[in-house]
Write a protein that binds this ligand. Structure first.
Ligand code: PMP
Length: 558
């Protein structure tokens, strides 16, 4: 019988003083690491560190044997027939880039590359670059792959799909891919298994793909190492795209010949300590499979959905975007009315880690008319009590903050209004009030009330006004008022997050109506530090403020 608490006891992070209350529900981004993985990494550096494949001394031999031993373990774990079908990469992203570049020589102008609209950017952007270079066409299937058969033609050269969506956790199963493989044996079929490995046993020998990529850091392994499986005969069709030491057979000044796969794809020194950690991780996960880890995870995701379904009955403006069936551990909610960024902030305040945003799947969200999704992703160290605590915190947010967080200042849409109608919107703010506010609870309330002063401005919600680098959406527009003496700048903003609006208001009330010279004289570092916000704000939220500042500099420098 699988015991989640016993499982959790393997993960030292949860037992550090600062993490004792942490409820970690961002496992689709990365999982925590068990002691055995940490030990293997430390042990490598303490007693085994040498460079693999390069020298014959004892430490080099030991590093080489770890590398090859973990290659074999990885092959067994994924069901590959030979260890030389396993290439070590730095992660799924590098694996997909190697495939896109490596297969580009197989493509002609009239060929088609089939992807789904649900792909992670890592399985989309490299193909866009290849399509541009080769003239091949990108063809898209829908997010649950239902129309894949109708999109396959004699022009299809490559199919590259994720087995599990990183936003909705839907496992598409491998039968569909097996059928394609059987019917179109020449197509290069690539599976992005980043969210699949560790959540269900994988057997590439089952003939459902030619290539498969994954990132062990998503299944208790270290960051810095990834796996690319390629069927032996198919690896021979893959061009080498990374060059350097150890991937060669011989080198002359003008020509080189390359080593056999997989070595020709592993230029430079691999992340040896991470690979040692991966070896420990595979042993760990296989033993947990045997203990019933997957069945427990299934129950947990069922419970999470059960509780969320009841919750959204009470708050119908929230939508549950995920289903329990074939779900590998993700629940996602969205809302047109409430800010998911603010909700994520609230949960973080209560030490519950989730992820909010577009999850590197912008086309998927756009196709569903969504801008931001709050994703809860579980692992077997999560308990039913963790789910209860999350749900309670959601209720608290909506009950206690309903007033504050869900309404914005009244807006008077006339249909032809412009940013200049709002140029004085922040003029009444006195930031000195904020400087004298001591406790975080009071600061938080003040940020919310400042946020409410910023009216909703749908006319600003355009890509050209969007500030990049901010967790929530933040739009800004500058209005210049020229007089004989000088030019005064007024910045007008909007955001889907009240907190971000409040923070932006705190920044803009210092600069609005001022000249470039005046703005240049403000010491913003000192101002931020006087406001006392850095220690409360996440890196990404704070960097959103920095991006806003950058925008201001650019506007006044023009
Ligand atoms: N594909 C999917 C489906 C993913 O979820 C991720 C990570 N979120 C990636 C690719 C990229 O993985 P990595 O950042 O580890 O390279």
């Amino acid at each position: 019988m699988f015991d989640p608490l016993q499982f959790k006891s393997n993960f030292p992070l949860f037992f550090q003083q600062e993490n004792k209350a942490l409820i970690y529900l961002d496992n689709a981004a990365t999982t925590q690491k068990p002691q055995c993985v940490i030990d293997a990494i430390v042990d490598f550096y303490i007693s085994k560190n040498g460079n693999a494949n390069r020298a014959s001394h004892r430490l080099a031999r030991s590093a080489t044997s770890i590398l090859e031993d973990v290659r074999q373990k990885s092959a067994n774990f994924l069901g590959a027939s030979h260890k030389d079908e396993i290439i070590f990469t730095s992660g799924a992203t590098e694996g997909l880039n190697l495939l896109a570049k490596g297969l580009s020589r197989q493509l002609d102008k009239d060929d088609e590359i089939l992807l789904s609209v649900a792909e992670h950017h890592a399985n989309l952007v490299p193909w866009q670059a290849v399509a541009k270079k080769t003239g091949a066409k990108l063809v898209f299937i829908n997010n649950n792959l239902e129309d894949i058969d109708s999109k396959l033609t004699h022009k299809t050269k490559i199919v590259s799909c994720s087995a599990v969506s990183n936003v909705f956790g839907q496992f598409n199963g491998v039968d569909r891919f097996k059928r394609i493989k059987k019917k179109y044996p020449d197509i290069f079929l690539i599976i992005d298994a980043s969210q699949m490995v560790g959540k269900t046993p994988v057997n590439v020998n089952d003939n459902f793909c030619d290539f498969l990529v994954c990132s062990p850091h998503k299944f208790y392994g270290p960051t810095g190492v990834g796996l690319l499986y390629g069927r032996r005969d198919r690896l021979r069709c893959l061009n080498v795209s990374k060059f350097g030491g150890e991937m060669i057979e011989s080198v002359d000044l003008f020509e080189s010949s390359y080593a056999e796969p997989p070595y020709c794809f592993e230029a430079g020194t691999s992340s040896l300590a991470a690979i040692a950690g991966l070896g420990a991780c595979i042993g760990f996960i296989e033993s947990q499979f045997e203990k019933g880890m997957l069945a427990y995870e299934k129950k947990l995701i069922g419970y999470l959905h059960e509780r969320l379904s009841v919750f959204i009955n009470d708050f119908p403006e929230i939508s549950l975007q995920t289903k329990v069936k074939d779900n590998i551990g993700i629940a996602a909610i969205s809302s047109n009315r409430y800010s998911m960024a603010d909700l994520g902030f609230w949960l973080d305040e209560h030490d519950i880690a989730v992820r909010v945003g577009d999850h590197c799947a912008q086309p998927l969200l756009k196709s569903l008319g969504l801008t931001s999704v709050l994703r809860v992703s579980v692992a077997p160290y999560n308990t039913f009590e963790d789910v209860d605590a999350l749900i309670q915190c959601l209720y608290d947010f909506f009950k206690k903050n309903n007033e504050n967080l869900c309404t914005t200042a009244p807006f008077f849409l006339t249909g032809d209004e412009s940013a200049s109608d709002y140029k004085d919107e922040l003029s009444a703010i006195n930031y000195h009030d904020f400087l004298t506010t001591k406790s975080w609870a009071n600061k938080y309330t003040k940020i919310l009330s400042l946020g409410k002063l910023v009216a909703k401005k749908p006319f600003l919600h355009k890509d050209r006004y969007l500030v990049s680098g901010c967790e929530a959406s933040l739009w800004i527009h500058v209005i210049e008022e020229r007089s004989q003496k000088e030019t005064a700048f007024n910045f007008v903003v909007d955001s889907d997050s009240i907190i971000v609006k409040g923070l932006a208001a705190l920044l803009l009330c210092r600069v609005n109506g001022k000249s470039a010279e005046h703005i240049k004289g403000i010491d913003f570092d000192a101002y931020f530090s006087d406001l006392g916000l850095e220690k409360y704000l996440s890196e990404s939220r704070f960097s959103g403020m920095q991006s806003l500042l950058k925008y201001i500099w650019l506007a006044i420098d023009k």
